[in-house]
Design a protein around this ligand. Structure first.
Ligand code: BG6
Length: 486
């Protein structure tokens, strides 16, 4: 029997992501028959009132769940209860304990979808009430800390009450189908590995662009910024998977051992390098998809003179034998021209063209792994256009996953929740990974704090500040959308 206790059960993340994911797992028969869901938050709600919120969340955000129906929802709600819990009131945990069936055969998953300041008080109370023994696991949401020091303190405190194997640090990008496919692509095919290094690869680009702004999270976002919100976690996790050495097997620690080596090998920037190798921006009013949108400083919850970045581009380098000298260009931003998450491996150009210069500069081969909006892997090669003479054009060997398989797509939160329930840590972040990621981020953040001039602005609906293009152009490179195909 599995019991799922969701702290922050009335919050935004619960409503948009976690409850719909849980419902989808339920509809698809992935939860055991005695599954129980307890929402926990400070608000005084009856079970019925909470069930109504769960129902609203499913209706609003789980629209695409195949097989969902009013009957299924009623059955899901029948497994759902509510517990009013204030993290600082021990008696509340005693009440929670009385509603849990803690025994060796029962697994309890506590999901902390709250601010990080609540993590330790909650875990301390769970431990004091004997709730994190045996099969209990705890999922903690990002952001885990604000810098290396605070992340270390949180981790140390968590470890006072839990073993590392009980701690599931979630990064929902690791649950995306294509991220795992990247592991398959790299380590289940023979032809890529000989090319996957500095000898054949010119640069790697990882870009996550969003069209949304900060929505209802202005206050949170303004204290966080894009570097902490996206780069420290999602982008660096993608870097570690693209760049890691082959692990000895597919066990969680074998994979995480290799990922952490990459994060440790990321070259740390000096202050001077930060100004040359990073670009930060903030969006002004503009238009996204033809609709006018306000600027960041006018968003609710954001101070009018805010200097928080909503866009980041970085030229990173990995100091090891495989990658020395290969730039990893990282980019993410809100209110950009389109929503996409893409990893592009740009291979080196051919040494010499027998076809002459008449056809203009040729873009070299590239492998493009698209995580969203659609999932695909495309290998762009040069081929001859049909007809007289030789005219070259780009042709993609195209693995379109939506077309290639009609198996059900599992959304990232659902996959990660199920992994946590089954005790699979592969797609969760280990504490040493987190520390290594923060250690690389800290010097950037510190340099930015002391440089009041560095924040550029960009128009909402664009691809970010011009400086982000120059970051690549000065090295003869360009972001994917900047290429004009001849
Ligand atoms: C979250 C960030 O971790 O990821 C959000 O806090 C961001 O600001 C979101 O919008 C992006 O996730 P996805 O899966 O929509 O690309």
């Amino acid at each position: 029997m599995t019991t799922f206790v969701l702290f922050g059960g009335t919050g935004d993340l619960a409503k948009r992501k976690i409850i719909p994911a849980l419902y989808s797992a339920f509809v698809n028969g992935r939860l055991d028959s005695e599954f129980k869901f307890i929402g926990a938050a400070r608000e005084a709600l009856t079970h019925e009132e909470f069930r109504q919120r769960v129902s609203d969340s499913v209706n609003q955000y789980a629209g695409k769940v195949i097989g969902g129906s009013a009957e299924k929802l009623a059955a899901f709600l029948a497994c759902t209860d509510y517990a009013k819990i204030d993290a600082r009131v021990p008696e509340d945990f005693a009440v929670l304990k009385s509603s849990l069936h803690t025994s060796a055969s029962n697994a309890t998953l506590f999901y902390l979808a709250t601010g990080p300041d609540i993590f330790i008080p909650v875990v301390e109370q769970l431990s004091k009430h004997g709730l994190v023994k045996g099969n209990a696991r705890v999922v903690v949401e990002k952001p885990l800390g604000r810098d290396a020091q605070s992340a270390k303190e949180i981790n140390q405190s968590l470890r006072n009450y839990l073993d590392e194997h009980q701690i599931y640090r979630i990064d929902h990008y690791l649950g995306k189908e294509m991220v795992q496919n990247l592991l398959a692509l790299r380590f289940a095919n023979s032809f890529l590995e000989p090319l996957w290094n500095r000898k054949w690869i010119q640069d790697v680009q990882i870009s996550i662009s969003e069209q949304v702004g900060v929505e209802s999270r202005g206050d949170f976002y303004d204290h966080t910024g894009a570097l902490r919100d996206m780069v420290q976690n999602h982008l660096l996790q993608l870097v570690s998977i693209v760049a890691m050495e082959p692990p000895v097997n597919a066990n969680p620690d074998a994979i995480r051992d290799e990922k952490v080596k990459v994060l440790r090998a990321l070259r740390k920037f000096t202050n001077e390098e930060v100004s040359k190798k990073t670009v930060r921006g903030q969006y002004r009013a503009g238009a996204v998809d033809g609709k006018p949108v306000i600027g960041y400083q006018a968003e609710p919850g954001v101070p009018p003179a805010s200097r928080t970045e909503t866009f980041v581009a970085i030229r990173a380098e990995i100091d090891n034998w495989r990658w020395a000298g290969v730039p990893f260009y990282l980019r993410t931003g809100k209110r950009m021209a389109s929503r996409s998450a893409e990893i592009t491996i740009n291979f080196k150009p051919i040494p010499y063209s027998i076809f002459g210069q008449s056809q203009g500069p040729m873009r070299s081969n590239r492998l493009v792994i698209t995580l969203q909006p659609e999932e695909s892997v495309q290998l762009f090669m040069k081929a001859k256009e049909p007809g007289e003479g030789i005219r070259l054009s780009d042709v993609a060997l195209n693995l379109d996953f939506a077309e290639a398989s009609n198996l059900r797509r599992v959304e990232s939160y659902e996959r990660l929740l199920l992994d946590a329930m089954h005790g699979d840590l592969t797609l969760f972040v280990r504490d040493d990974e987190l520390n290594a990621a923060w250690s690389w981020i800290d010097p950037i953040m510190n340099a930015w704090q002391n440089d009041s001039e560095g924040l550029k602005s960009y128009i909402a609906g664009s691809w970010g500040p011009a400086a982000a293009s120059y970051l690549l152009a000065q090295h003869g490179a360009a972001w994917g959308e900047e290429y004009v195909e001849s």
